[in-house]
Design a protein around this ligand. Structure first.
Ligand code: UDP
Ligand code: MG
Length: 320
């Protein structure tokens, strides 16, 4: 019998986690011909989430992995994928924003011969206006300047076959940007849309600043266009400065000393200075990325788990 693993990252989800398991079970109990397995990842929650997960893991179809601290959702998803053994693996949020009712259709997609069934939100009604606006901009930008294509509205709710999961796990970068990784590995993907739902209970873990950093990470992880932009604008400014210099020298030779052009000089210094600092910042983003990757730290560390042979975050390329 084929096995489907459901990976659920949980960070302070005490209010909703039992509801999630019960609601999901209602759907998965009806799926015939497949063994369904749950792997919950407690991402260093500071509330009761872990206790609740331990209770849930007393069921034969559920396991939990608990991190030594909060490593972030990317790390949680990675550990779930790495520790999954199923023929198909699906990533789901704990807050029921990813409707379990889609699972049968997702399994069907893989049985049809697709490597992956991915979902996208048809609407963003559950999100604040500004977040929607910036999200739309982000996807336009990142699709234009990088060689991966991330469809707008595509979240992490997707089911993959073993082949694709292995490919994703084999990408051993420490700073992970799953949306980019999923499209970078390629494979045949079937897209299905779903209506956005409000979070069932509890709080979202995202704020504007976190999302901004996430967007910058997404761009710098999959595109070097900002670096190129810095050199292009830099060359343009240098060229203009050179032409201007030539003009000033020539003018002085012909007309003699002029009145000092204070405003021009200040404007130029500010403009060029600002641009240099911006370029340094862009460079810094990439240098920081290289620094973190070179250190090669584990993506996550397990504090405790119900799994027999857990794979740690430092076993590169799947471990064992
Ligand atoms: N999450 C996590 N670690 C974090 C933040 C979030 O594992 O540091 C989990 C969270 O428990 C939830 C999922 O990631 O299952 C999505 O989080 P959330 O609902 O806060 O994000 P949103 O739906 O608002 O994008
Ligand atoms: Mg949510």
């Amino acid at each position: 019998m084929k096995q489907v693993d459901i990976i659920v990252p949980c960070y302070n989800e005490t209010e909703v986690i039992n509801m999630f398991y019960n609601e999901c079970k209602k759907v998965t109990d009806k799926i015939e011909g497949y063994k369904i397995n749950y792997i919950f990842i407690d991402d260093g929650s500071s509330d009761n989430t872990l206790e609740k997960l331990k209770k849930i893991a007393e069921n034969p179809d559920a396991d939990y992995i608990s991190f030594s601290r909060n490593f972030g959702k990317e790390a949680a998803m990675f550990s779930g994928l790495k520790n999954s053994k199923g023929d198909m693996v699906v990533l789901m949020d704990a807050d029921l924003q990813h409707p379990p009712a889609l699972l049968p259709e997702m399994i069907k997609g893989i049985e049809e011969g697709y490597d992956c069934t991915a979902t996208y939100r048809a609407t963003r009604d559950g999100d604040p206006y500004l977040r929607t606006l910036f999200t739309n901009r982000f996807y336009k930008l990142v699709n234009k300047i990088s060689d991966v294509n991330m469809p707008n509205g595509a979240g992490d709710f997707r089911m993959m076959n073993r082949k694709m999961v292995n490919a994703v796990v084999a990408m051993s970068e420490v700073q992970r940007f799953s949306k980019g990784i999923f499209s970078w590995v390629g494979f045949k993907t079937k897209w299905i849309s779903f209506e956005d739902a409000e979070r069932a209970a509890g709080q979202t873990k995202w704020n504007f600043w976190k999302l901004f950093i996430y967007a910058v990470d997404g761009i710098t992880a999959f595109s070097t266009a900002p670096l190129r932009l810095a050199s292009v604008v830099g060359s343009f400014i240098s060229f203009s400065a050179f032409v201007y210099l030539f003009y000033v020298v020539l003018k002085t030779i012909i007309h003699g000393k002029d009145f000092p052009g204070y405003a021009t000089v200040v404007a130029l210094i500010l403009f060029i200075g600002g641009f240099i600092i911006l370029s340094c910042g862009i460079l810094g983003e990439y240098v920081a990325k290289i620094y973190m990757e070179v250190k090669n730290r584990p993506v996550y560390l397990i504090g405790e788990t119900s799994l027999k042979n857990p794979k740690e975050g430092y076993d590169k390329n799947g471990g064992d």
